[in-house]
Design a binder for this molecule. Structure first.
Ligand code: ATP
Ligand code: MG
Length: 600
């Protein structure tokens, strides 16, 4: 037998007393429920037959106490059933929070290159369907399972006592029904699983489509994609029809059980055992088989379906939780060390799927220096910056940051170390909230630092754009800043770095969408103004910016080939000269004229 997975154990055995309470209350509900027909029998027999078979302490001289006790036990049992469901739902919600946190923590701990093969849609569907799927054990399987199986287990023994029906007969019936239901439910769970997988696939696909809808329309992809979605929908619909049909079949089979079992049992008692039944006994038998067992019969196939469903959800979550970074992440240590460099790296290496991405011998950055990392597209500039920020599975022999030596492995708790950096990502980051919140990076940020926010906006040259924003700092941006231009997004990101005021500013190609006038203003007022004595590490493809750097690190195929001042590098390195020539040509009027000539 397959060993219970650790997440299953976690779901079921966490807060054990409450889980046992679910079992306890549903068992009590079953016991009290089956006491009701005993008094129903007494009530009927008192009225129209003979109730002298009842023990003397239960022999009343009015029918009403019997009726009262029958209703009393019935209501009590229903209340306990409700209580069982209530605890189940509460426990399920609690576990959903816990599992959600586990997925979230895992996502944070996974490095960029560990996540490469995980589509975001997969993680969204884990949250959307599997977290609630996994806890079905608690809000469905456990309460409905125990309120299904306890009555089924008790009933054969009660029937023996009430009617002398042979235990073997009732047990065979119960086992037969269980086997049939398991088969049906197994079939149903397959449709269910496919339903969830297909929906998750479609969600991921539609998500990508919606995010890029405008560009896709311009590129003429809309119909092709629509067709793909329609195809996916068709597969889903076929599966759904099978699922609903099978579900209906399960329902109708289980609801006709009560009728069949009633007839067979009554027939057996009267014809086979030649047993004389009192009216009270017939009433009680019909009630036990036709009412008391209705719920278990109906619920049983769904109990199995949900149990299988929970197992698949748990398996999917476990697959995600078992994703591992290349190196074990230990608590990162920051050991104080004397160094004139604010950042110092020796032998930094990064490979992704056996492909070497980075192999950097030495990178030293002196405090207050303006360092530029340049190189052809794909040479590894962004990956180097992300590695320095602890987002990849890179290794190094030595990493000193702000006079602290950092141990090789970084985990997601290394925020102390990350707080040294302001970071402007290549693609920019805009969150759907107000301009003020975007600069603060906080929701409902306070207004008392508005002068600082405004100053940062001024330095990032976003002030002139403010005149078209209806509500100034209160202006809300759409998701990922859809209502902003590329250049506006870049400047808001730069303003955030200016507001942040950390020790090292990291700019990944942050001026690429700006015109030269705006770029010049940012350089003179911010980079060479406010940040004059601040350490700045930036990547760029702009030749005019290189000239302003204190030091240039020229990258080629993931390595820093040479470092030095612009004139040093021009003198010493032919590759760098070639690289600069290409940058110069790309922006020179001659080059543009030549390109025009080539086209015409
Ligand atoms: N998430 C990722 N997973 C796997 N490989 C990646 C990932 N991101 C980048 N790479 C690879 O790493 C290499 C370096 O990419 P990087 O983004 O650092 O280049 P870059 O120098 O910043 O280029 P650009 O000038 O275009 O910004 C490339 O070969 C790229 O294919
Ligand atoms: Mg890049």
């Amino acid at each position: 037998m397959r060993e219970f997975s650790s997440l299953t154990k976690y779901v079921l055995l966490n807060r054990l007393p409450y889980r046992l309470m679910i079992l306890g209350t549903s068992m009590m509900a079953a016991f009290l429920g089956i006491l009701s027909p005993y008094f129903q029998k007494g009530f009927i027999d008192f009225l129209i037959y003979d109730h002298s078979y009842l023990p003397s302490f239960l022999r009343f001289n009015s029918p009403l106490p019997y009726l009262f006790l029958a209703v009393f036990f019935l209501v009590l049992s229903q209340l306990l059933n409700q209580l069982t469901n209530y605890i189940g739902v509460k426990e399920a919600l609690f576990m959903q929070k816990k599992i959600g946190e586990k997925i979230y923590d895992k996502m944070l701990s996974l490095k960029l290159d560990t996540m490469t093969k995980r589509p975001l849609g997969e993680i969204v569907s884990l949250y959307a369907t599997d977290v609630s799927g996994a806890t079905v054990y608690l809000d469905q399987t456990l309460p409905s399972g125990s309120s299904t199986f306890f009555p089924l287990l008790i009933t054969p023994f009660v029937l023996v006592n009430f009617f002398d029906t042979p235990i073997s007969f009732t047990l065979v019936v119960v086992f037969g029904i269980t086997a049939l239901n398991t088969g049906l439910a197994f079939r149903q769970s397959k449709f269910f699983y496919r339903f969830k997988t297909l929906a998750a696939e479609r969600l991921g696909f539609v998500n990508e489509w919606v995010q890029n809808i405008r560009t896709l329309r311009i590129l003429g992809w809309v119909e092709i994609i629509e067709q793909k979605i329609i195809d996916k929908r068709e597969v889903e619909t076929r599966n759904r029809i099978k699922m609903v049909t099978n579900g209906q079949m399960m329902n109708s089979i289980s609801s006709s059980f009560t009728f069949i079992v009633n007839i067979v049992t009554l027939g057996l008692l009267v014809l086979y055992y030649k047993r004389e039944l009192s009216p009270g006994e017939i009433f009680a038998l019909l009630w036990i088989l036709g009412v008391f067992l209705t719920r278990p019969f109906r619920q049983m196939p769904w109990f199995f379906t949900f149990a299988f469903d929970a197992a698949t959800s748990i398996a999917r979550i476990e697959t995600f939780l078992s994703a591992k970074n290349k190196f074990d992440l230990r608590e990162a240590e920051l050991i104080p060390i004397a160094s004139k460099n604010i950042l110092e790296v020796k032998n930094l290496k990064l490979s992704i799927q056996d492909q070497e991405i980075l192999n950097v011998d030495t990178l030293n950055i002196v405090k207050g220096q303006h360092a530029m990392i340049v190189g052809e597209v794909g040479s590894g500039k962004s990956m180097l910056l992300l590695s320095l920020l602890g987002e990849t599975n890179c290794e190094w022999d030595r990493y000193v940051i702000n006079r602290s030596l950092l141990s090789n492995n970084m985990n997601d708790d290394t925020n102390d170390f990350r707080n040294v950096f302001s970071y402007v990502p290549q693609e920019g980051l805009i969150v759907s909230t107000t301009l003020r919140d975007n600069i603060f990076l906080e929701y409902d940020s306070p207004k008392d630092r508005d002068d600082k926010v405004t100053e940062a906006i001024l330095h990032a040259q976003f002030k002139k754009d403010m005149s078209v924003l209806e509500n100034g700092l209160e202006t809300e941006f759409g998701e990922r800043g859809v209502n902003l231009s590329g250049g506006q997004k870049q400047r808001i990101n730069i303003a955030r770095a200016a507001f942040d005021d950390r020790d090292i500013v990291v700019l990944d190609d942050s001026f690429s969408a700006l015109d030269s006038e705006t770029e010049h203003l940012i350089f003179s007022q911010l980079v060479n103004g406010v940040w004059k004595n601040k350490t700045v590490i930036m990547t760029t493809h702009r030749l005019n910016l290189l000239i302003a750097a204190d030091v240039i690190h020229f990258m080629k195929n993931g390595s820093i080939k040479i470092s030095g001042s612009y004139s040093d590098l021009l003198n010493k390195d032919a590759d760098f000269r070639l690289f600069c020539n290409q940058l110069a040509e790309a922006t020179s009027p001659d080059f543009i004229e030549k390109e025009k000539g080539d086209v015409t």
